[in-house]
Design a binder for this molecule. Structure first.
Ligand code: V47
Length: 354
């Protein structure tokens, strides 16, 4: 362990085995190592953006066991917004100061390809300058398969219709054995990485998530991060790594043992240390709870996502994120926890330091 700590202090890259060993370190010692890196990069700044999450349909062809959002499973209330409803939602948010719409849908085979793209096109027209973060690699894979298109063709349509960056969803956990148990049939790990690579090749940015706290092992988490680190070495296209804490309600995954706050904080800290080439680590408060997200600022996380306004995926599984957070409350929480709230745009340009 001494050698690993030395390596980290000298800012040398650690390998998979060393990263796994870090879980054995005492929490506060691990936290200090991660915090030192965070401080070097961002001081006491904590980033957030004023964004609006829109989840336009919950009708899904896939059957991921961890999902409580999909209407084909435990949630008996299918919905699909019209293009007008999606655009109106974006317009309202834009008028109220949102700089980004984060649009993630289920894989709905009934609406047609244009439904997905028209929404982006009209949002861009009605809300000049708004950043459209939309279509996870899982959605891109679904659209390509459903409409017999290549990934490149779908990506061209994204660029043409005004998508600015890609959210990190659909990554779940890359380890194939676990992936098969939790979301068999959806985009594979290799395909997820290939899609992000193609997107990065266009000079565009994306995020990467990891769903943890279900049936994966610690080694699976490190393996997941390593696959991301390898792609990032090649493309440099990931802005942010987002470990999503598994929410347990209303779904079909049988999980016996849930994560402790200690395990969540250790995972954030290890991500900060191991992912030496991904600039931002996001404590997505919708899944960690806002209280733990505030603490995570001391364990390597420099980003708390945003005000969200409305969220349907994690809240369906029990998260307290359905109605987002008020901007003033969000800022006060960051300030009161000893950090400097910095409003950023979607590409991490600083807009306002509070
Ligand atoms: O990939 C589904 C997750 C993701 C559950 O890029 C669950 O800034 C926890 O893409 N418990 C979609 N998570 C959300 C997403 C996202 C979210 C926040 C920020 C960004 C970003 C992207 O939601 C899916 C899946 O892993 N999810 N069910 C659940 N029970």
């Amino acid at each position: 362990m001494k050698n690993i700590i030395e390596k980290i202090k000298k800012r040398k890259r650690i390998n998979k085995d060393e990263a796994l060993k870090l879980y054995d370190l005492e929490l506060l010692e691990l936290g200090e190592l991660a915090d030192a890196i965070r401080k070097e990069k961002f001081g006491k700044k904590s980033y957030f953006n004023i964004n609006r999450h829109i989840n336009p349909t919950n009708v899904c062809k896939d059957t991921c066991k961890f999902c409580a959002y999909s209407a084909t499973r435990k949630n008996p209330n299918p919905y699909t917004f019209s293009i007008d409803e999606i655009v109106d939602t974006a317009k309202k948010a834009y008028k109220n100061g949102a700089k980004e719409v984060h649009i993630v849908s289920a894989h709905n085979p009934n609406v047609g390809l244009n439904w997905y793209f028209d929404a982006f096109k009209y949002i861009k027209k009605e809300c000049p300058g708004i950043h459209v973060k939309a279509l996870t690699a899982a959605e891109i894979h679904f659209l390509a398969t459903e409409y017999n298109k290549s990934y490149e063709e779908i990506i061209d349509l994204m660029v043409l219709n005004g998508v600015d960056s890609m959210p990190g969803g659909g990554a779940e956990i890359f380890a194939e054995e676990v992936r098969d148990k939790i979301c068999k049939g959806k985009v594979s790990s290799a395909q997820w990485l290939e899609i992000h690579k193609l997107w990065h090749k266009q000079g565009k940015k994306s995020n990467a998530t990891m769903l943890f706290g279900h049936i994966e092992s610690r080694a699976d988490r490190i393996d997941h991060m390593e696959r991301l680190r390898t792609l990032q070495d090649e493309t440099g296209g990931f802005n942010t790594f987002i470990p999503l804490v598994y929410q347990r309600k209303n779904n079909y995954l049988k999980v016996e043992k849930f994560l402790t706050a200690k395990e969540i904080l250790k995972t954030y800290a290890i991500a900060r240390i191991f992912l030496d080439n991904i600039p931002h680590i996001k404590a997505y408060w919708a899944t960690s709870t806002i209280n733990l997200a505030l603490l995570a600022q001391e364990f390597g996380c420099d980003d708390l996502d945003g005000t969200i306004q409305k969220e349907s995926i994690q809240s369906a599984a029990g998260a307290a994120s359905a109605n987002g957070l008020e901007l003033n409350d969000f800022i006060a929480l960051i300030k009161n926890s000893g950090f400097i709230p910095v409003e950023r745009d979607s590409l991490y340009n600083e807009l306002k330091v509070y």
